[in-house]
Design a protein around this ligand. Structure first.
Ligand code: SF4
Length: 760
């Protein structure tokens, strides 16, 4: 057996976790709070205290390594520091046992390295709220600890042997992996080569690659191929939306179908709300049967899940349904089984947030296990807006008022304090909207106190379950966490909304991230290679700057497989869609549509900047061209209604579908051939000029010297190109796009259109 390296924590989680899954002792502190807590505790220790002690030891082929939190050589005491929030007595026993297991393994490694015969082990629990420590201590002989260490290793050895066999079989197959199709599609080879080179060089990549070249296979194949040579542990394939996950799973299926012996373990991560089979229950053994004895049944479920991936067996992908079937067969929770399997799978498909948000699971596992990972980010033009949301928080006064009324007596005082500070802020603000350079410290202090009071109350009343209070609590935590890292990358603003009376007026307080770079840059640095790809990643510096991509990031603009003759692009320069001229634009737009439809009957999409504009345009067309069939997007369309809208687009149907740019039909819609032959884009897609966007513009100007473009032009034009991109999906498609606005004639905007378009 070759050497198998495992982190102390991962070893103990595998061997020493038993009993129920129990999430009642949550929310746990964030990674930042954890680090700050550790720093506080170790700063309190004396000069003979060694911090972050690197320790390692071997047992047969197993190499166990990690960093013990601290060692007091004078007291001969090894400390394992754990940060927590809430009531320590409510910590589940099995969690405490796990902490002792880690301390004992570190204890053995230290005794062995320093030839100690005796040691004191201490669990130091640090309350991030009160900043108080609770220390539990126990004496051990070196012989006892050695014995314990060997027992844990013995338990893991069989699994390690299986993992190593899997890894070498996987890498051997990946090394010989051939492209799954007879040939590359045009553009696909260029994309694949850029991905492969980026992985080989260990750099990030921004890849603009048009639709229709087979991006999913074109990105996953080279990353897998490189994995064997680069010794990459995992590939994370991250998507913005559910259909994107399916495309990734389909790509895995294609690759595996062409490599019958490839043992590629692939997992789909699904949000807890969607994976849970008992949404009416809580995640602990007293409530949910799938949490009861979870860790006792986990080993069999884990093995069963990995077995179905084997080529000799079913060669299945662990998608949502397969995972649920296995979980239920073993009576364990499918969601938490999925989280466990992320440790053992090769390709993990999930939403962006699994790697990029504040407490992202895949990021946490990568750090803990020191994995070498490649990260693929599909439809990456969504990353800026998605990441901004991950690192923003807001709170409305009206919800605080409602909560204040229904809150238990014990919480009224701290909530009142928040409300008083809030009223003061609103009173001092003259304008309806204002952004501030500083955070309101007094209000934040009151919010922090209220959050601690809620946490205490919930600990004392574990059956109390008021969703509004929960929501407020989680919001308050998010606010206080983001406040710690507040800086030029974010705005703090207050928006006031007048009502019929003061009782009906409202206000919102918001920490609004506008440049996610400081949060995302460490994630890119941690990965071996992160490749972001989309049909619209221009200009690349916009994404590079806002997302915090390393300076070594490579950039590729893959040539389109489509040719200018396929798409007739016309600018309707005689029409202005500016707000003031919208009314006058309606009739010319209707005539334009009517004439195009008369010239070429078929299916069209028409995009507008708002529902209001869209509805008026649809009405005008109906009045003047009543024979043209039409259908419209509606506000808050559910999935079924969206499917109905798209079902109107058949190879034999004709008509115009009205939609809002940047909405459900502006991207991710695939209507090849006669299902869609043209689009009218009656807007530049510019975000509304409002006080928030103006603040963003100012900040973008000071940070990047390109305020207007970074706030308005680039996000708008990306939506335009995405929407127009619905028309040509294959090399046999033909179509027409009308860009309706005189400003589309400007050279700086033309420069943002795909190079293969020929604007007539
Ligand atoms: S099934 Fe649902 S309630 Fe039960 S443990 Fe899983 S997520 Fe929690």
């Amino acid at each position: 057996m070759k050497r198998y390296t495992i982190a102390v924590r991962a070893l103990c989680e595998f061997t020493a976790k038993t009993g129920d899954l129990d999430l009642r002792f949550t929310p746990s502190p964030t990674a930042q709070e954890g680090m700050a807590g550790h720093a506080t505790v170790t700063a309190r220790r004396g000069s003979h205290y060694q911090r972050e002690l690197a320790l390692a030891g071997d047992f047969g082929p197993l190499h166990v390594r990690g960093r013990a939190d601290g060692y007091d050589s004078a007291a001969q005491r090894l400390e394992e520091i754990k940060t927590y929030r809430g009531d320590l007595t409510r910590m589940p026993d099995n969690q405490r046992q796990l902490h002792w297991a880690q301390a004992k393994v570190y204890g053995h490694l230290l005794c062995a390295s320093q030839a100690l015969t005796q040691i004191t082990l201490a669990l130091v629990y640090f309350d991030v709220g009160s900043q108080k420590e609770t220390m539990l201590q126990q004496e051990y002989s070196a012989a006892e600890l050695k014995n314990y260490f060997e027992q844990q290793c013995e338990r893991f050895l069989q699994w390690a042997a299986q993992e190593m066999a899997h890894r070498s079989a996987r890498d051997a197959q990946l090394e010989q992996l051939a492209f799954p199709y007879a040939g590359f599609r045009p553009g696909q080879r260029e994309l694949a080569a850029a991905m492969y080179t980026a992985s080989k060089r260990g750099v990030c990549l921004l890849a603009q690659a048009p639709t229709g070249i087979g991006k999913s296979v074109g990105s996953l194949f080279p990353m897998l191929k490189a994995a064997a040579q680069q010794q990459t542990d995992k590939v994370f394939f991250l998507a913005a939306k559910t259909p994107g996950r399916q495309l990734a799973l389909d790509a895995v299926q294609v690759i595996r179908a062409s490599a019958a012996l490839l043992p590629l373990r692939t997992l789909e991560l699904v949000a807890r709300d969607n994976a849970c089979v008992h949404p009416e229950l809580a995640c602990h053994g007293e409530s949910c049967p799938l949490a009861r004895g979870f860790y006792d049944r986990l080993p069999a479920a884990r093995q069963a899940a990995l077995d179905v991936c084997l080529p000799a067996q079913q060669q299945r992908i662990l998608d949502r349904q397969t995972l649920q079937d296995i979980a239920l067969a073993h009576q364990v929770c499918p969601y938490y089984l999925g989280s466990e399997l992320a440790r053992w799978c090769d390709v993990i498909v999930g939403d962006y947030n699994y790697y990029f948000d504040q407490s992202a699971m895949l990021h946490g596992l990568t750090v803990m296990n020191d994995w070498k990972v490649s990260v693929l980010v599909d439809e990456a033009h969504n990353m800026v807006s998605r990441a901004r949301k991950m690192y923003s928080a807001d709170m409305s006064h009206s919800s605080l008022r409602v909560l204040r009324k229904i809150a238990p007596e014990a919480l009224k005082k701290p909530l009142d304090r928040v409300q008083r500070q809030w009223n003061q802020l609103v009173k001092e603000q003259q304008a309806d909207y204002q952004a501030y350079a500083e955070l309101p410290e007094k209000w934040l202090g009151a919010l922090q106190t209220a959050a601690s009071a809620i946490s205490d109350y919930q600990n004392e009343h574990p059956t109390y379950n008021e969703p509004l209070l929960q929501e407020f609590y989680f919001n308050a935590l998010q606010f206080t966490r983001l406040a710690e890292s507040f800086g030029p990358h974010a705005l703090f603003d207050i928006e006031k909304r007048a009502g019929r009376s003061s009782a009906h007026s409202d206000s919102t307080l918001c920490i609004r991230n506008i440049v996610p770079a400081p949060y995302l840059a460490p994630r890119f640095q941690l990965s071996h290679c992160s490749a972001l790809f989309s049909a619209t990643l221009s200009p690349w510096n916009y994404f590079h700057d806002l997302l915090g991509m390393p300076d070594s990031t490579a950039w590729v603009d893959v040539e389109s497989p489509f040719v200018a003759e396929q798409l007739s692009v016309k600018v309707a320069a005689h029409i202005s869609t500016r707000y003031q001229q919208r009314q006058q634009s309606l009739l010319p737009i209707a005539h334009l549509m009517g004439q195009q439809y008369a010239t070429q009957r078929g299916n069209y999409l028409a995009f507008f900047s708002s529902f209001d504009y869209m509805e008026k345009a649809a009405q005008t067309l109906a009045e003047h061209y009543p024979d043209i069939p039409q259908w419209s997007q509606t506000r808050r369309m559910d999935e079924a209604a969206r499917a109905d809208f798209l079902a109107r687009y058949t190879p034999d149907s004709c008509g115009i579908g009205f939609a809002v740019l940047g909405g459900a039909f502006g991207e991710g819609v695939d209507l090849p051939g006669a299902r869609l032959i043209g689009a009218f884009v009656a807007t530049l897609g510019l975000p509304q000029v409002n006080p928030v966007n103006e603040q963003i513009r100012e900040r973008m100007d000071s940070l990047f010297g390109a305020g207007y473009d970074y706030t308005y032009t680039y996000p708008g034009m990306q939506k335009v190109v995405q929407a127009a991109g619905r028309v040509i999906r294959t090399q046999t498609d033909r179509g027409t796009v009308y860009l309706i606005d005189d400003r589309f004639g400007r050279p700086e905007l033309r420069a943002l259109l795909p190079a293969w378009w020929h604007v007539e």
